[in-house]
Design a protein. Sequence first.
Length: 342
Amino acid sequence: MKARAAVAAMTTGTVAVSGVALAGCAPTDSGMDEATVSSPVTLGSQFGSQASLANLRTSVINSAGATGPASITSHVIDQTELHPKSDVALKVTNPDVSVRADQPVEMGFSLQDEQTHTPLANQLIKVQVKLPDGWATFKHLYTNDQGFASYTAKVLTTTQITAVFDGTDALRSAHSANVGTMTVIPDPTPALPAQASRSTVRSALQVPDTTSTNSASAGTTDATASSLGQRAVYLASQQAGKPYVYGAEGPYSFDCSGLVQYVFKQLGRSLPRTAEEQYAATTRISQYNKQIGDLIFFGEPGNIYHEGIYAGDGMIWVAPKSGDVVKLESIWTTSYSVGRVS
C-alpha cells in the first residue's frame, strides 16, 4: 500500500519523502515505522522568472494511516515579477583640465542608463579625491534632469577626483569610468628689467631683504617656505567647522596635531603624529621671523601640548579642544615656539 501511495503521489504532483531522510538523519532500529511527510506543490507556468506556491498543505500521517490533529496550510497571494537591475554609465565629463593655483574650475559628472543612454535624474553621486593614503569622499551631488551634476573646484596642487554611484533597487552601483585630473600650472614669472635691483627681485618674491653675504640663497629658501606655507594655510582653511575629536586625523574631524599632519600630507610632506614629535621634526624659527604656514607650538620641549598653523597677523588655524571646531583664532600668549616644515 505504501508503494502504491508513493506512485500515486508522484503522478498527482505530490512528492513524498521520508521524514528521517528529509532531516538528514540515518534511520534507527527503533522498530517503529518511519513517518511520511507529503507536500503537494503547484508550480507556476514560468518557472525561474515567475513562480507561485499555492495550496501548500503539509500533513503528518501516522503508521495507522490516520491524519494527525494539526495541519499547516500556506497560500502565496502576491506574485512578484523579478526584473534585473540596469547597468549605468558614470563618467567625469571634463577629465583633463589645466588651471592656475586657486583658479575656479567647474568639474562635471554624467550618469545615464548604459543600454538606452537615458539620463538618470535626481540620483546621488559621491565625489572622491585622491589623497596619499587613498580615495576619500568629500562631496555629495545630485544629478539634474539631464543626468548631470557639477561643482566648482579650487586646487593648489595637481589633484585627481572620481565619482561613485551606490545604486538603487533598479540600478546597479558604479564607479566613474575615468578619473578627472586638475593639473596646476605655474604662474608665469614676470619679466624684470636687466638693471633691476636686488630689492626689486625680493619685492616680487615677497621675501624680506637681508644684508647677509648669503642673501641670495637665503631668499630662495624663504620663498619656497612661503609658497608651501601659503598653500598649507589655504588647505587648513578648507577644514573650518569640522569638529575636534581627540586622536582624529581627518578628513571629517581632527585634533590639533592631526590637522597639521593632514594638511602637510596633502602637500607631500610627511610629519609624525603628535605635537611633541612634530616639534622635534621641524626647524626652529624665532618668533620675529615666523612666516605664514609655520607651526606654532605651545608648551616646553618634552611637554608640547598644543599647536596650530600660522596664518599671519597673530592668527592660527587650529583644532582647539573637545566641543569646538577647526577655526581661525588669535595666538593668546607670547610663550610659544615656532617650527618650520621643510
